[in-house]
Write a protein that binds this ligand. Structure first.
Ligand code: NAD
Length: 257
C-alpha cells in the first residue's frame, strides 16, 4: 500500500467529512491529487474541506434529494464521479425494546439508503468511463453484533449486501465495490461512546477503552483515522482493479477469535 500520488487523478465524492475517518480520507485524496467533493450536513465541514484542498457541499444525507444533489454538484464542478466513499454515519445505543423508531429510520436512511442512492446516482458516470470505485465504510459491526446497537448493526450488515451486489453488477463495467470494516477508530463518534460507557458503567475513560472497547482486540490500541484512509487509497487505486466484493477488516484482530 502506498500513499504516493496515483497515476491518474480522479474525481472523488466522500461523505461525512467534518471529522474522523471522512476528514482523513479527504485529506489523503487531496494529497494524492484527486479532485474531491466533501459532503456533510455540518457547516463546519466547509473550513475543514477547504483547508485540505477539497470543495464542500452541505447536505443532510437522510434526504434522498440531497444525496442526488451531492452527485449532481460533483458533476457540475468536476465533470463526473470516479470514486465514491460512503462514510457518513451516526450511532444510537438502546435496547430493541426501547429503541426509538425515528432513530432506527434515521440510521437506516443515512447509513444504508443514502449509500444506495449515492451509488445509483454516481453509477452512470463510472459506467460511461469504464472505471469506478465504490468504497463503503462499514464496521466490524457489519460482521458481528453488540447489544444495544440494533439499527447500526442492521445498517452495516446491509451495507455488505449492497457492496457485494454493486461488485457483481459493476464487474464488467470497470466498477469495483468494497467495504471496510474497522473496529474502534479514534474519532468523535467513539469519544462520545467512551464518555457514555464511562457514566453507564461507573468506570473512568481509560478503563472503558481497555475493558470494553479493546476486550476482543489482539492489538491493544484504538485505530487512527489515517490508517483507514490508507486502505481507502489502495482500494480506489488503479492497482486494485481485481479487488471487488470484499470486506476488509481493520479490526485489531477482533474477529480472529
Ligand atoms: P464521526 O462522527 O467523526 O464522523 C461522522 C460524520 O458524518 C460527521 O462529519 C457528521 O457530521 C456526518 N454526518 C452525520 N449525520 C449526517 C447526515 N445526516 N448527513 C450528512 N453527514 C452526516 O464518525 P467516524 O467515526 O469518523 O465515522 C465514520 C464512519 O465510520 C461511520 O459510518 C461509522 O459508522 C464508521 N465506523 C466508525 C468506527 C469508529 O470506531 N469510529 C468504527 C467502525 C466504523
Amino acid at each position: 500500500m502506498s500513499s504516493s500520488k496515483p497515476s491518474t487523478p480522479r474525481v472523488a465524492v466522500v461523505t461525512g467529512t467534518s471529522s474522523g475517518i471522512g476528514a482523513a480520507v479527504v485529506k489523503h485524496f487531496c494529497e494524492q491529487g484527486h479532485q474531491v467533493l466533501a459532503v456533510d450536513f455540518n457547516p463546519a465541514g466547509k473550513e475543514i474541506a477547504e483547508a485540505a484542498g477539497a470543495a464542500f457541499y452541505q447536505a443532510d444525507l437522510t434526504d434522498a434529494d440531497a444525496c442526488r444533489g451531492a452527485i449532481a454538484e460533483a458533476v457540475k464542478r468536476f465533470g463526473g464521479v470516479d470514486i465514491l466513499v460512503n462514510n457518513a454515519g451516526i450511532q444510537h445505543v438502546a435496547s430493541i425494546e426501547t429503541f426509538p423508531e425515528e432513530k432506527w429510520r434515521q440510521i437506516i436512511d443515512l447509513m444504508l439508503t443514502a449509500p444506495f442512492l449515492l451509488t445509483q446516482a454516481a453509477w452512470p458516470y463510472m459506467r460511461e468511463k469504464g472505471w469506478g470505485r465504490v468504497v463503503n465504510i462499514a464496521s466490524i459491526h457489519a460482521q458481528v453484533a453488540s447489544p444495544g446497537k440494533a439499527a447500526y448493526v442492521s445498517a452495516k450488515h446491509g451495507m455488505i449486501g449492497l457492496t457485494k451486489t454493486a461488485a457483481l453488477e459493476g464487474g464488467e463495467q470497470g466498477i469495483t465495490a468494497n467495504a471496510i470494516c474497522p473496529a474502534y477508530v479514534k474519532t468523535p463518534l467513539v469519544d462520545n461512546q467512551i464518555a457514555d460507557q464511562a457514566k453507564l458503567n461507573n468506570m473512568d475513560e481509560q478503563e472503558v477503552i481497555e475493558k470494553i472497547m479493546l476486550k476482543n482486540a489482539a492489538v491493544k490500541r484504538l485505530i487512527e483515522p489515517s490508517e483507514v484512509a490508507e486502505l481507502v487509497a489502495y482500494l480506489t487505486s488503479d492497482a486494485a482493479g481485481a479487488v471487488t466484493g470484499a470486506s476488509w477488516n481493520i479490526d485489531l484482530g477482533w474477529t480472529a477469535h
